[in-house]
Design a protein around this ligand. Structure first.
Ligand code: ZN
Length: 403
């Protein structure tokens, strides 16, 4: 399944996976030079002496997964909260006793940059074994200038010294820090006047993100922050309509964000505006699953209204307990009513578009990076949760993980 063709895929095109039966993919110096049937390769292309040959016999080759929404860099451990949630505690109850994002902020502020790099490196290695070859990574557990910069520097170091390509996002507006709860305007000023300029000056992020939600950032505040980021060259994306229809998707449409993420409560009217503005819906069903929300984003409604749908893990210390895009695809199919083909496009080409990497990755096409997953069997074997369906993971033409 090459997923080759134009991006993003909307409406009926969301299901176009462009299969090649009995095919072969060839690359040189990390970039794809040929995709097609074996006879066409043999008559037109010469394999270099000593070329690495991977036999995908009885298997399926698909593009490496792209995970366009992660909080992979953080300190601390909140698995105790998972146990409490399983015993019936709500998100609000856990937050009211010092848990939730606040506890991760405390630990991340105290952690050294080296410690952040080392803990995230282990998580990235797990993601790689699950087939992810490109991922977005956010700051947002510092919530003060130096701690946010520390997180972004950790992301930059990780991008340089492990196989997964990382796309950095500044999320200083992840929460209102506890010490600013009684004077939130002062924190907004800090974001706009100090943090964003420092991030831009350091060249540390490509995107600016905001958690727009009741009790966190209002739509008006979100818009101000995203516009300040955009003035510095940080492109906008947003956490939207996760806990209520709180206006985040409309902010995305208004500022021309590339992606609005979560969207459990997005309305049909807001979906129409997203379609008209070309905003991608990045859906994170594993977060809804582990947080026991009892509902999922309306993927079918979004697809029917012409919104391109991407999928992501939302890997994070609270509700993002899985590094696995195949598990996210499984939830997309069984909890959100997507077809297997729609889920595969959501986890590859549309995910690449959601983070502005669709000209480099997301499909198997000449000129793109040789990032691929060799599946044991067919694509459907990926959603046999727990079965080891991935035989090899290839990044820039090198085998970086094998069963
Ligand atoms: Zn998030």
């Amino acid at each position: 399944m090459t997923c080759a063709g134009p991006s993003p895929r909307r409406g009926a095109a969301q299901a176009v996976v462009t299969p090649v039966a009995g095919g072969l993919v060839a690359s040189r110096e990390g970039r794809i030079v040929f995709v097609g049937p074996v006879p066409a390769f043999e008559s037109g292309v010469q394999a270099a002496p000593g070329a690495v040959v991977l036999d995908a016999a009885r298997g399926t080759v698909i593009p490496g997964f792209v995970d366009p929404h992660t909080h992979v860099v953080y300190a601390g451990d909140r698995r105790e909260e998972l146990r409490r949630r399983l015993a019936g505690a709500s998100y609000a109850e856990i937050a009211s006793t010092g848990g939730g994002i606040v506890s991760t902020v405390r630990e991340t502020r105290e952690a050294s940059e080296d410690a952040l790099v080392e803990s995230a490196r282990r998580r990235l290695a797990e993601m790689l074994r699950c087939g992810t070859t490109t991922a977005e990574a956010k700051s947002g557990y510092g919530l003060e200038t130096e701690a946010e910069l520390k997180m972004l520097r950790a992301i930059r170091r990780l991008a340089a010294d492990q196989p997964i390509d990382l796309v950095p996002t500044f999320l200083g507006a992840h929460e209102i820090p506890v010490e600013f709860r009684e004077r939130r305007q002062a924190y907004l000023d800090l974001l706009v006047d100090e943090m964003i300029p420092a991030v831009v000056a350091g060249g540390l992020a490509e995107w600016c993100d905001v958690f727009c939600e009741t009790g966190v950032y209002t739509p008006e505040e979100s818009r101000l922050i995203l516009e300040a980021g955009a003035r510095g060259g940080l492109r906008p994306r947003i956490h939207a309509d996760e806990l209520a229809a709180s206006g985040g998707s409309d902010v995305a449409s208004a500022v021309g964000a590339r992606s609005a993420d979560h969207l459990l409560f997005v309305t049909p009217e807001s979906a129409n505006r997203m379609a008209a503005s070309g905003v991608v819906a990045t859906l994170l069903p594993a977060a809804a699953f582990y947080l026991k929300f009892g509902r999922f984003a309306p993927a079918r409604m979004l697809i029917e209204r012409g919104v391109a749908v991407a999928l992501a893990t939302d890997l994070n210390p609270g509700g993002g307990f899985t590094p696995s895009m195949p598990f996210v695809m499984t939830l997309a199919c069984f909890a959100m009513g997507m077809t297997l083909e729609e889920a595969l496009v959501g986890a590859t080409l549309n995910a690449a578009y959601a983070i502005g990497r669709d000209t480099e990755v997301g499909s198997l096409e000449p000129g793109k990076l040789m990032d691929a997953v060799v599946v044991d069997g067919e694509v459907v074997d990926l959603i046999r949760v727990g079965a080891p369906a991935i035989r090899h993971v290839v990044k820039r033409g090198r085998v970086v993980a094998s069963a």
